[in-house]
Design a protein around this ligand. Structure first.
Ligand SMILES: [Zn+2]
Length: 363
């Protein structure tokens, strides 16, 4: 999932974070600082560098970055240098060729600049909002791709075991058509999660206008639906009409936000604010509900909530990739793998708990 943000040295601003007794105040300060500092970056230090720009400009017209040449860059570009929404105007193969050419030029010019910078003792800088990564098997960010795939696998495994539990194990025990009340909601959640991690893997394989929009839209859809789910589950909303009433405004906002990103402006700063507000809201809803409801499996919920909150720090402490491969964002994707396992384990426990409550009431 792509979340581009640039919050520098947040810890320097919150020195009191080192003491335990200040933890509460620290969290509030942290959230306030987060909302204030989250901002988009259209141009990064790397692509503002004139030497990089010259290399990229030459490569687009000649198809060669230094001594490396790309045969697929030889098509005349009709003087158009912008690849924005080009896939809507040109046949798919031409668009792919053009996008591939731009991507290869960016990559090889970046490699050259980074090599030169390293010889002068300078550290890596970002290019087009991303750290310089080494490609492996043509994959732009191979480690993030691998972790996205593992997250996808984890959701698939969790969903399949939930499916088996609901339709085989719980149904035969209860001997009733009445079942866990939130089954359909968790099925939709599973579908949106799998869809989101699929596009995350694609986006990290190759960052293009289209793959970026698909990734961001899927992530927003998942986040929006998760918030609806957290409200419906924590307030035990079982009545269909009430569910529609609760879901409608949140759904309307989510859809409008996706349409805004795709058709009006891909505003990274605004999107990050929306995502952080939705994510923090649902983490708080789950955490508070677990405590109030005395849910028997609340420790799993709290593990996911605190683990999720902690892993968000990795996204904020945005360090450059180690060996050109593992950066903070990749590690963030790694932390969600075990959390996903615990999360689905909680969902299954909740289904068992909900069904046992129902059968007690029936008796
Ligand atoms: Zn990602």
């Amino acid at each position: 999932m792509g979340t581009k943000m640039n919050v520098e040295s947040i810890y320097y601003l919150i020195p009191s974070c080192q003491s335990n007794e200040m933890a509460d105040r620290c969290w509030i300060t942290f959230l306030v600082v987060l909302f204030c500092l989250v901002r988009a970056f259209d141009a990064s230090a790397g692509d503002a560098d004139p030497l990089y720009r010259t290399c990229f400009g030459q490569c687009k017209s000649t198809g060669c970055a230094g001594e490396t040449c790309f045969p697929h860059c030889k098509t005349p570009s009709n003087g158009s240098s912008s690849d924005d929404n080009l896939y809507l105007k040109e046949p798919l193969y031409l668009w792919l060729k053009h996008a591939n050419c731009l991507s290869d030029c960016q990559y090889h010019c970046m490699l050259q600049r980074e090599k030169e910078r390293a010889t002068h003792g300078f550290g890596p800088v970002k290019y087009h909002g991303k750290w310089p990564f080494k490609r492996v098997f043509g994959l732009q960010e191979p480690v993030s791709v691998a972790f996205s795939a593992l997250n996808l696998a984890m959701h698939l495994h969790g969903w399949l075991s939930f499916f088996t539990l609901i339709y085989y194990k719980l149904r035969s025990k209860a001997e009733e058509t009445t079942c866990y009340n939130y089954t359909t909601l968790w099925h939709i959640y599973a579908f949106l999660s799998i869809n989101s991690w699929l596009w995350s893997a694609v986006f990290h394989s190759r960052d293009m206008d289209l793959t970026e929009k698909l990734d961001y839209s899927s992530a927003v859809a998942l986040l929006g639906f998760s918030l609806i789910l957290s409200v419906l589950r924590s307030f035990s909303v079982k009545n269909e009409a009430t569910r529609v009433l609760v879901a409608a405004p949140l759904l309307a906002f989510t859809v409008t936000h996706i349409l805004y990103l795709n058709n009006y402006q891909m505003d990274y700063g605004w999107n990050m604010k929306v995502c952080v507000v939705i994510a923090v809201s649902q983490l708080l809803i789950w955490a508070i509900w677990a405590g109030i409801s005395r849910h028997p499996f609340r420790w799993k919920l709290w593990t996911v909530v605190f683990g999720g909150g902690f892993s968000m720090l990795l996204e904020i402490y945005d360090f450059p990739p180690y060996q050109g491969l593992v950066d903070a964002h990749a590690l963030w994707h790694a932390t969600t793998i075990p959390l996903t396992y615990i999360w689905w384990s909680f969902i299954k426990d909740d289904a068992k708990f909900g069904t046992s409550n129902l059968s007690k009431k029936v008796k």
